[in-house]
Design a protein around this ligand. Structure first.
Ligand code: ASN
Length: 356
């Protein structure tokens, strides 16, 4: 790991001290003429790329991970590594900014929200759609505004955003409510079921009633176990018994995020319901989330979801799949074989990830 202290305009008593964790992604790419491809830039040169940083009155330390990842290569161990870095540096810094690839940023943000229980300091993830080396890059605005948000305090000096959030293209979104919606435009993220926590224009307008309240003196509880024995099974008209059976009978499987239609509806053909019932009877937990981007699961409203209720599927309410799968890994890691406890906590909001 490389540690870089940025030479900013921070006075002796800076307005905030921020730890930036650089994990990779498009953000830090520059074009290498010799190799004729994009390669990660040397973070030591950040002030050449973004000279505006030197005008900020924050103390900024950058921690560059040994292996910079395209976020498509992120795995749960990487989420644990980031959360452990935050835990270890929690008392030393006022807030944290995680520079991350956009592709799986919503998964990392969701996982961090569960791993960092009783968080009372901002953890803001950001990245870019265009590399820092490109003339029209969005890296500069995203990074600088993420730093401003991480440093923002209210009248009493309490952080304005004491939670895990994603800042991207003028929107601050709750991390476990966000999903990547766009691969070409700059507005990469949205959060259809929860209002933005802030919008950045000429000023940054915070949507304070929707931001997690600040609770002073609560110690951070950082969790260190994730159990990845889960799967996301997306239904489609014509899905075959063979496919469903082979997924549900995967060795060691503990949890299924079932992506259903509309308000949580699924086919009622007997073979399908029978396979779900057999899995449920074997102790596999099945969480029903909708394929729709907005709205929620109303299990039992239609006949096509009433059967799911009877089999014992858990309603995922308005959870995103990203939040659902990471919450599953977190609860399986935390409670092990206590299936009842996991079932109970899947259905209730732990970090504002769902609306009951
Ligand atoms: N593939 C990149 C990543 O997720 C995409 C990006 O950062 N815009 O690492």
């Amino acid at each position: 790991m490389k540690i870089i202290e940025l030479d900013t305009a921070a006075p002796d008593f800076p307005h905030a001290s921020i730890l930036v964790i650089y994990t990779g992604g498009t953000f830090g790419m520059v074009y290498d003429r010799k190799l004729q491809t994009l390669v990660p830039f040397d973070f030591e040169q950040i002030l050449d790329r973004i000279p505006e940083l030197s005008r900020l009155r924050f103390a900024i330390t950058v921690l560059v991970l040994d292996e910079l990842l395209d976020s498509s290569n992120m795995v749960p161990d990487n989420w644990l590594e980031i959360s452990t870095i935050i835990e270890k540096n929690y008392d030393k810094y006022d807030s944290f900014v995680v520079l991350h690839g956009t592709d799986t940023m919503a998964y990392t943000a969701s996982a961090l929200s569960f791993l960092l229980e009783d968080l009372r300091k901002p953890v803001i993830l950001t990245g870019a759609q265009l590399p820092i080396g490109a003339a029209r890059t969005d890296a500069v605005e995203n990074f600088i505004t993420a730093l401003e948000i991480a440093a923002a305090c209210d009248e009493t000096g309490a952080p304005l955003v004491p939670e895990v959030a994603i800042y991207f293209h003028s929107l601050l979104l709750r991390g476990n409510r966000a999903r990547k919606q766009e691969s070409s435009q700059f507005n990469a993220f949205q959060s259809e079921n929860y209002p933005p926590l802030a919008e950045a224009g000429v000023t940054i307008e915070y949507n304070r009633p929707y931001i997690a309240p600040y609770r002073p003196n609560v110690p951070l509880k950082a969790h260190t176990t994730l159990n990845p024995h889960v799967v996301i099974l997306k239904l489609f008209p014509g899905i075959s018994p063979l496919v469903v059976e082979s997924v549900l009978k995967t060795e060691g499987l503990r949890g299924v995020v079932l992506e259903t239609f509309g308000a949580g509806n699924a086919p009622t053909v007997p073979w399908f319901l029978q396979l779900l019932k057999e899995a449920s009877d074997r102790g596999v937990l099945i969480l029903n989330v909708s394929q729709c981007i907005g709205g929620r699961v109303l299990q039992g409203r239609y006949q096509t979801s009433k059967y799911l209720d009877e089999i014992g599927l858990i309603s995922g309410a308005d959870l995103t799949s990203e939040a659902a799968v990471t919450k599953f890994m977190f609860l399986l890691g935390k409670y092990g074989t206590d299936t009842e406890k996991i079932r109970q906590e899947l259905a209730i909001p732990l970090r504002g990830e769902l609306t009951e």
